[in-house]
Structure formats: C-alpha cells, structure tokens
Design a protein around this ligand. Structure first.
Ligand SMILES: CC(C)(COP(=O)(O)OP(=O)(O)OC[C@H]1O[C@@H](n2cnc3c(N)ncnc32)[C@H](O)[C@@H]1OP(=O)(O)O)[C@@H](O)C(=O)NCCC(=O)NCCS
Length: 166
C-alpha cells in the first residue's frame, strides 16, 4: 500500500527525504515521475541505464524510506558535466528538495573531476530558472524553438553554466 502525500509530508517534518544513488530497481518509479513532470516521458529502460552506467550521476530523494519523490540525472564527460534532468513529485515541490538534490549532484560531479556544469531550461519554466539561478548557474546562451510544447508551438531554451570549485 502506498503512503498518501499528506502522510509522507508529516514524515518529512520528522525526517526530510533521504538522498541516495538510484538503483536499477528504482527505474520504474523514475519513469513514472518523469512522465508526471515532462511532456515526453523517458522510459524505465533509460533510467535502468543511468543507474548502472558510471558515466551518469543518478540521484534520488526518498520519503518514508522507499517512495521516490525526486530525482536528478547528470552526465560527466572529462572535466565537463551536464544536468540531463531534475524532477520533483508535484506534491513535494517548493520544499527545496530539488535544491538539495542539485547541490549533492554538483558535489559528486566536482569530486569526479568536473569543473563546469551545463544545462538547458525552457525560458518560461520559472521554478526551474529560479532554482538554477539560486544555485549560481548563469545564462551563457539561448536556443530558439528548442522545446516542443503540448499546443504545437515551440519554446526557447536558456543554456546555463556553473563553474565548480576544484
Ligand atoms: C523545477 C523543479 C525541479 C523544482 O523543484 P522544487 O523542489 O520545487 O524546487 P525548490 O523548492 O528547490 O526551488 C523552487 C524554486 O522555484 C520557485 N518557484 C516555484 N514555483 C514558481 C513559479 N511558479 N514561479 C516562479 N518561481 C517559482 C520557488 O520559489 C523556488 O525558488 P526560490 O528558492 O528562489 O524561492 C520542479 O518544479 C519540477 O519537478 N518541475 C517539473 C520538471 C522540470 O521542469 N524540471 C526542470 C527541467 S529544466
């Protein structure tokens, strides 16, 4: 039986969601969460791959020990890294869970040798833009008509970068 969001929120007051590496067995939960967060959801097999392949930094936030409430996937290549996705269950947004996850991912990437981290974000995604600016990402460019929207129009992407201390 799954715990209701209100019950999990009460648990959160006692102990915040725990951050840990994603495992292949978390992949189906990741795919569900991704589908609830983005127009084009990624598949369970994608998340199995991210959890297994050492090139990826795949972190999750778990409430009540088991329920996945947020995840962040990044990829490192040499001294550069990219945040591929970050998502928080809609019932858990606005509690700095993404902020904690992203800070942990940045620390892991720095420990693995990354000195710069890049990401793309839809210009109108105000919550994500606020999150990234708060964590010291700065705009370095724009990509026109980059994201497909549900209504058939396309949205501009902001490309951002953050330097990591060595
Ligand atoms: C973006 C997302 C990951 C943020 O998760 P979260 O746990 O709520 O993030 P945090 O609580 O750490 O921070 C959210 C920030 O957005 C702000 N915010 C939330 N809703 C907002 C809105 N509608 N307009 C402007 N800012 C908003 C919050 O105030 C906070 O910023 P602040 O610390 O400067 O006040 C979450 O909204 C989500 O999963 N969205 C769908 C997936 C997505 O868009 N991912 C990013 C792809 S680039």
């Amino acid at each position: 039986m799954s715990l209701l969001p209100e019950t999990l929120s009460r648990i959160w007051r006692v102990s915040p969601p725990e951050l840990r590496w994603l495992r292949p067995q978390d992949a189906a939960s990741c795919a569900r969460l991704h589908g609830a967060s983005f127009l084009h959801g990624w598949q369970t097999g994608d998340f199995e791959h991210y959890a297994k392949d050492e090139a990826y930094c795949a972190l999750g936030a778990f409430a009540g020990a088991k329920a996945l409430v947020a995840a962040c996937i990044a990829r490192r290549s040499g001294d550069e890294a990219e945040i591929l996705t970050i998502m928080v269950d809609p019932a858990w947004r606005g509690q700095n869970i993404a902020g904690r996850l992203l800070e942990r991912a940045l620390a892991e990437l720095a420990a693995q040798g990354a000195s710069q981290v890049f990401l793309e974000v839809e210009r109108d995604n105000l919550a994500a833009c606020a999150l990234y600016r708060r964590l010291a990402f700065a705009e370095i460019g724009r990509r026109q008509a980059y994201y497909a929207r549900a209504d058939g129009t396309r949205a501009e992407a902001i490309v951002m970068r953050r330097d990591l201390a060595s």
